[in-house]
Design a protein around this ligand. Structure first.
Ligand SMILES: [Zn+2]
Length: 275
């Protein structure tokens, strides 16, 4: 496999120590932090990890950003937007992402603060967050070995969300990333302008060629036709599953969809697999 070239100096410094692979480095550092904390979770609450990573405190703040890591003398403080309740899924995800920044600083060149972060570094912090809140060693024993994807349902996803206290979208991405769901995770958010139904907002995983028309803003009907069950999951507020015919093309797509709510915002998550 071709090794990814890391461009930012902070990612490069981590890569140098881990066989040229910054992602592997961040995963290893996150696992070390979990081990140091001795937390046996789930859930793996980030405030219990923070003190093992040079963080003095996590504080709510009235601010525009979701989260911020601030250097204050010899320690860091994480500020989290006060609209997120402490230990809610989003609060956990934001703190864990900021812990990722702290890991990059701690294991970098000894710098104490960073003025700007690159997209690549933000990606590494998201990876660290998934590793911290949804560690593989905790996910895998909870799945039956060799269980076919068909047995993995929207209810299973909800169970992971409730047990690990993580945002649904992040949890779905992790289940794709770590193998239990061999396909795509997609998020659908309400269409604007009183159009009704939902539109594609985000996905995680590699779409197969037949799903090449995947692009942000698509309504499910544009992909799967008028009888799609994604709109149904949204309108009826219930999980749906089925084989969808890909609009205008040969082939079937296996789609499980369900409504989720996060901080007052509703959306639909689909687990998608190409047959
Ligand atoms: Zn960040």
């Amino acid at each position: 496999m071709l090794q990814r070239l890391w461009l930012s100096p902070r990612a490069q410094r981590i890569a140098e120590r881990f066989d040229g692979d910054a992602a592997k480095g961040v995963r290893t550092l996150a696992r070390q932090l979990l081990a140091d904390s001795g937390i046996s979770g789930p859930p793996f609450f980030p405030d219990l990890l923070a003190q093992h990573c040079g963080i003095r405190e996590i504080r709510p703040m009235d601010m525009r950003q979701d989260g911020l890591l601030v250097n204050e003398g010899t320690a860091w403080t994480i500020y989290v937007n006060q609209r997120y309740p402490v230990r809610s899924g989003q609060w956990n995800a934001i703190c864990a992402h900021e812990l990722g920044h702290a890991l990059l600083l701690r294991h970098g060149n000894g710098e104490r603060r960073a003025v700007a972060w690159t997209r690549e570094e933000e990606e590494l912090c998201d990876l660290a967050a998934r590793e911290l809140l949804l560690p593989l060693r905790a996910i895998h024993p909870m799945l039956n070995d060799g269980r076919p994807d068909e047995a993995f349902t929207i209810e299973s996803l909800k169970w992971f969300v409730d047990t690990f206290r993580t945002p649904p979208r992040m949890t779905a991405a992790r289940l794709v990333e770590s193998g239990p769901w061999r396909g795509l995770a997609a998020q659908w958010t309400p269409r604007a302008g009183g159009l009704g139904g939902v539109r594609l907002a985000w996905w995680y995983g590699d779409p197969p060629p037949a799903l090449a028309p995947l692009r942000r803003g698509l309504a499910p009907a544009e992909l799967f036709g008028e009888t799609n069950r994604i709109d149904h999951a949204w309108n009826a507020d219930m999980p749906t599953l089925g084989l969808e015919a890909l609009h205008g093309r040969k082939g079937w797509v296996f789609v499980r969809s369900g409504p989720f709510e996060e901080n007052g915002a509703r959306y639909v998550i689909s687990l998608v697999r190409f047959e």
